[in-house]
Design a protein around this ligand. Structure first.
Ligand SMILES: Nc1ncnc2c1ncn2[C@@H]1O[C@H](COP(=O)(O)OP(=O)(O)OP(=O)(O)O)[C@@H](O)[C@H]1O
Ligand SMILES: [Mg+2]
Length: 278
């Protein structure tokens, strides 16, 4: 990717007949009295890795839900390659090439891990991509799981998902999204609940996806790891975008330090943001 001084002028890398790859404009979501997302606009270029950070409850997951169709906006719009997607149901958005993982993983616990892969592998998107000729989907599932770190020799993929530790469940979540062969992959706190060593083993998988041309959005609390791989970082606070730029520049902004790091310091005293219920 051609970048000068870490700045990546999105407008110079438009495709799809001049449309930005992803454009979020004036997006808002209100739940009763809570303004979860407020007037958020952002552009994403093909091939970029955008990090989204912000304190707990700042609207990151809601933003992912809005882009992936799980929640309908109260205001604004989302366009993917020029096409309005904010009124589409999730399955149509998946079919267009946007896949996302969930912060709270909910696999079919009684099924073997590799059988969990059946859902994406038999989806209309994959059917379209393979021209209806599915082939041996179990073999594809096992290959994908090996790619994300399921050791084939140890037969981990054959264990019921319910018997797997969080590290493998997060890997399974990633493999399910990869199985959809998305053009845009959105990872909602993939690293949470993982050890440093586990994160270190997943980073090369993400880098490999990027080398293959994937565009990514990563929601993360693990800033150190995120900042090493992100091209650009957006910061949310109380649903609003308060910063957008290269990681180093963003973390130098006073508004970010006080909003994000101030809140992080507070929550660190009361809870551990790295641990969450499965
Ligand atoms: N379905 C919903 N109904 C009502 N309120 C909601 C709903 N989803 C989210 N909210 C509220 O919207 C706000 C933003 O939540 P969201 O989950 O998007 O934050 P987040 O930045 O992902 O937080 P975290 O870092 O804890 O994952 C919170 O106040 C949350 O309680
Ligand atoms: Mg969240």
């Amino acid at each position: 990717m051609d970048r000068v001084d870490g700045v990546d002028p999105v407008d110079q890398r438009r495709d799809d007949d001049g449309h930005p790859f992803l454009r979020v404009e004036g997006l808002g979501k209100r739940f009763g009295g809570i303004q979860a997302v407020a007037d958020v606009s952002l552009d994403l270029a093909r091939g970029e890795l955008l990090g989204i950070i912000g304190p707990n409850g700042s609207g990151k997951t809601t933003l992912v839900n809005l882009i992936s169709g799980f929640v309908r906006p109260s205001a604004g719009e989302v366009r993917f390659r020029g096409r309005r997607i904010d009124r589409m149901p999730p399955h149509r958005i998946v079919r267009l090439g946007i896949a996302r993982t969930f912060q709270m993983v909910r696999p079919f616990y009684e099924l073997p891990a590799y059988k969990n892969m059946i859902i994406p592998l038999f989806s209309p998107r994959v059917r379209g991509l393979v021209g209806g000729k599915y082939g041996d989907r179990d073999a594809v599932a096992l290959d994908l799981l090996e790619e994300v770190g399921f050791e084939r020799d140890a037969f981990v993929a054959y264990k019921p998902a319910g018997a797997l530790p969080q590290g493998y469940l997060k890997r399974l979540e990633l493999a399910k999204a990869m199985a959809l062969e998305p053009e845009l992959l959105i990872l909602d706190e993939l690293f949470s609940g993982l050890s440093l060593a586990e994160v270190a083993s997943i980073v090369p998988i993400i880098e490999k996806l990027r080398q293959g041309g994937m565009t990514l959005i990563m929601i993360e609390h693990r800033l150190r790891e995120l900042f090493r791989i992100a091209d650009r970082v957006v910061v949310l606070n109380h649903g609003r975008k308060i910063a957008d730029g290269p990681p180093a520049a963003v973390m130098e902004m006073d508004a970010v330090k006080s909003a994000y790091l101030g809140a992080a310091a507070e929550t660190a005293e009361t809870s551990d943001p790295e641990t969450e219920a499965p």
